[in-house]
Design a protein around this ligand. Sequence first.
Ligand code: MN3
Length: 232
Amino acid sequence: MNKLSLYQTAYMNYPYTLPPLEYANNALEPYIDEQTMHLHHDKHHQAYIDNANKAVTKYPELQKKSLVELVAHLDELPADIRTTLQNNGGGHLNHALFWEYMTPEGGGGPQGKLAQAITKKFGSLAQFKEQFDTAAKNHLGSGWAWLSVTPTGDLETSATANQDTPLSRGHLPILGLDVWEHAYYLKYHNKRPAYITNWWHVVNWNKVQAQFEAITRLAGSQKEVSMTPVFN
Ligand code: MN3
């Protein structure tokens, strides 16, 4: 087990498949509307999967690896499919995570170790949200805002372009927000900030905490000394 295995699911094995939502398309109303969820999950996400599958079709050796390993090491991919997998492999991974970051029972804030780490790094939950929101609002064009664990065990907010993932630079995402227009335009039109503000109502902090604690445990494991840094 290495740190990337935290992101490896059956859906990341070739041929890649669409993970079903754990809630109904209308369950995140009024914050995210039913039609957006339908199009976003069933159509946009499926298209990333189809394109990623097509790219890997002629590379049997890549089919044996998890898609997570492939997008985490883009420089090792054959040149003719590198950009396709960066965009579509990244698209599959990012969306698979995104659905899990949300729940109809969401909102509030984290507990335990993650709450402590956020307070230590950002001062308070409110200050963390402000920094995350700024990354999400200020990102020009399509992309994502993230909360990640850095290689030194620090928390960091960032934004990535298009379907790039923090995993490609060795950062472990624990929360991400899709700020592509397809994620919000039907309901919010040009008002990206309103979408970002409302999204916090559906954030699945239990999942975010669980991922943070899994990363922390893995980093503390004697078996992982060569794979992971020592966290503070
Ligand atoms: Mn999207």
